[in-house]
Design a protein around this ligand. Structure first.
Ligand code: FES
Length: 107
């Protein structure tokens, strides 16, 4: 099963139960608070993460991600957690503007 490592959450690792689960669902299943202003419908970019390793191990971009990329709201190394799934191991980072005020993050 693919492993998601969140580097600046003290290297928290999540073993996804299915590659059909989007990354946001996998994160939620672990009870980790994660921004999702539009309710995980692909209409905002608050759930985005930065990919440090394994960009090729993430499912293809959705039309919604491509739309935000074309609007310069999603960099080439960023993906929307609610729109993609891990097909193999990845290491990600919570972006500064995605950090929850009540949570502690590491470097
Ligand atoms: S929660 Fe809004 S795009 Fe993912």
């Amino acid at each position: 099963m693919p492993k998601i490592t969140i580097k600046n959450l003290f290297n928290k690792t999540i073993i996804t139960s299915s590659s059909n689960h989007n990354i946001f669902a996998s994160i939620q299943k672990e009870n980790i608070d994660w921004m999702h202003a539009c309710g995980a419908k692909g209409r905002c970019t608050t759930c985005k993460f930065i990919v440090l390793d394994g960009l090729e191990n993430i499912s293809s971009e959705t039309d919604k991600e491509i739309k935000f990329r074309n609007l310069n709201k999603l960099a080439l190394n960023e993906r929307l957690a609610c729109q993609c799934s891990a097909i193999d191991d990845i290491t990600i980072l919570v972006p500064e503007n995605g950090k929850m005020p009540h949570m502690k993050y590491s470097e």
